[in-house]
Design a protein around this ligand. Structure first.
Ligand SMILES: [Zn+2]
Length: 476
């Protein structure tokens, strides 16, 4: 990428809130039901049907505002955003325009050890649209998703690279997951992102034409789309065609070709003819609801700091553990089994995670925190060596769980803590390597590891700590 330019990125993220029912009616929000099963006069936009705001949506929005250190507006207003698509039967979307529920806030991202604050302009509640499905000859619409609650989170144009954009999104993703206000499943569209991208020569403070790339639903695509779009704009600038080729518009990212393509001219706010929705009262948050919403669980940053300061975990590992709710929860369940925090870190993020591939995840691998804790306890009790325990874990992952004690026995890994057997093997090894014993005694202490290795090789299930002790005595 050309170093004479910088990229200016602002992101709009739509998060589907995980309420049981829709934002303005009592239809279910479940995903994957048969088309048009979860609809009623309100979400179908039939005349005379009136929307009623779901209190849970407000509570979740307050929780989000609290987590990003934002102002929460006690009074906010729903507005109608007018546009015409078949997936929006009312011909307007109920959203918030002038006064959103969540005002200015910020989050902190960390990239290559450097911290940066990214401003959040606002977050507002709105309803989702349905889904248009285009077959060969016919277009259909499924309105199950119409009127499901969204929180739209708008950032300041504070990001300067695709890496920063992805770091911001991952942080936002972990915040909504830790708050448990959304499943944030990107494949199912519960966490989707629009990116506003522009460039300028470094040192310039002006903002140039920004292009919006819509509906990015994976971190990888977001990264690629921003990189492609940045290069397209730089190329246009350098060839003198910037004013001609770069216009304010909405583009789509073609995932198979890795390019962005023009979709339509970008609408300005005026095109939507926003006006306050006369069917809905202004939202007023009373003290009780505010207090309820503000009660939020420990957020990833706080967790990370606590892991470092009170558990003595390395910053980098704490970062990994708090990168997802699943990992942090798994870790804390292991701690609850009285396992040493450092052993938890090694066995969870190095050994177990290292074995998870091809779509196998912490949730699907069949290893519970209790099971992994049991394995660590067997090592601590000298029932199995740390090295052999790795083999046991491999089998557990392959078979999606199992009985650890039975496995240790059936794999012949039960550790020998009987000194007699260990001593005779040690003697045999030393006898067979007289020359090396001499070298060791004349100062080549590195050879100690060689002796340990030989003993371990010759006696299955030896306790390495005990082998070390006995060898030291013998070589004195
Ligand atoms: Zn409904």
């Amino acid at each position: 990428m050309n170093n004479a330019f910088e990229t200016i990125i602002g992101l709009e993220v739509h998060v589907q809130l995980n309420t049981n029912t829709k934002i303005f009616c009592s239809c279910a929000t479940s995903f994957g039901d048969e088309p048009n099963k979860n609809v009623c006069p309100t979400c179908l936009g039939l005349p005379g049907a009136l929307p009623v705001l779901n209190k849970e949506v407000v509570k979740k929005a307050i929780a989000f505002g609290t987590a990003i250190n934002a102002t929460i507006n006690q009074n906010s207003i729903f507005a109608r955003k007018n546009y015409f698509y078949p997936d929006l039967p009312k011909a307007y979307q109920i959203s918030q325009f002038e006064i959103p529920i969540v005002g200015k806030g910020y989050i902190e991202i960390s990239l290559n050890g450097e911290k940066k604050t990214i401003g959040i302009t606002r977050a507002h509640m709105e309803e989702d649209a349905g889904k248009n499905i285009h077959d060969a000859n016919v277009s259909k619409v499924d309105l199950n998703r119409a009127c499901t609650p969204l929180l739209e989170i708008v950032s300041e144009p504070d990001m300067r690279s695709s890496d920063e954009a992805v770091a911001y999104l991952k942080k936002l993703h972990s915040i909504v997951r830790f708050l448990e206000i959304s499943d944030a499943n990107m494949q199912e569209g519960s966490f989707r992102c629009d990116a506003n991208v522009s460039i300028r020569p470094k040192g310039d403070t002006k903002l140039y034409t920004r292009v919006e790339i819509k509906n990015l639903n994976s971190f990888k695509f977001i990264q690629k789309a921003i990189e492609y779009e940045t290069q397209r704009q730089i190329d246009a600038w350098e060839s003198g065609k910037y004013d001609l080729e770069i216009i304010q518009e909405t583009r789509l990212f073609d995932t198979s070709k890795g390019i962005t393509r023009s979709m339509r001219g970008k609408e300005e706010a005026a095109d939507y003819r926003y006006f306050p929705d006369p069917d809905l009262l202004p939202v007023y948050i009373d003290e009780e609801l505010m207090e309820e919403g503000r009660k939020i669980p420990e957020m990833p940053d706080e967790k990370r700091a606590r892991y470092v300061s009170t558990l003595g975990i390395k910053e980098e590992d704490a970062q990994t553990l708090t990168s997802s709710l699943e990992l942090a929860t798994f870790f804390e369940k292991m701690l609850a089994q009285n396992i040493n925090p450092k052993a938890c870190v090694t066995w969870l993020i190095v050994e177990l995670q290292g074995l998870l591939k091809d779509g196998n995840t912490l949730q699907t691998c069949g290893i519970t925190p209790e099971l992994l804790s049991t394995l660590i306890k067997r090592i601590e009790d000298n029932k199995v060596s740390g090295r052999d325990a790795k083999d046991v874990l491999k089998v557990l992952v392959k078979e999606k769980g199992g009985d650890i004690d039975l496995l240790i026995d059936s794999m012949g890994l039960a550790q020998i803590n009987d000194d007699g057997a260990l001593l005779s093997t040690i003697e045999a090894v030393l006898n067979a390597n007289q020359d090396k014993v001499e070298e060791f005694k004349s100062g080549k202490e590195k050879l100690f590891g060689f002796f340990v290795g030989q003993v371990m090789k010759n006696i299955k299930g030896a306790n390495p700590a005990r082998v070390n002790e006995l060898l030291k005595e013998k070589l004195k």
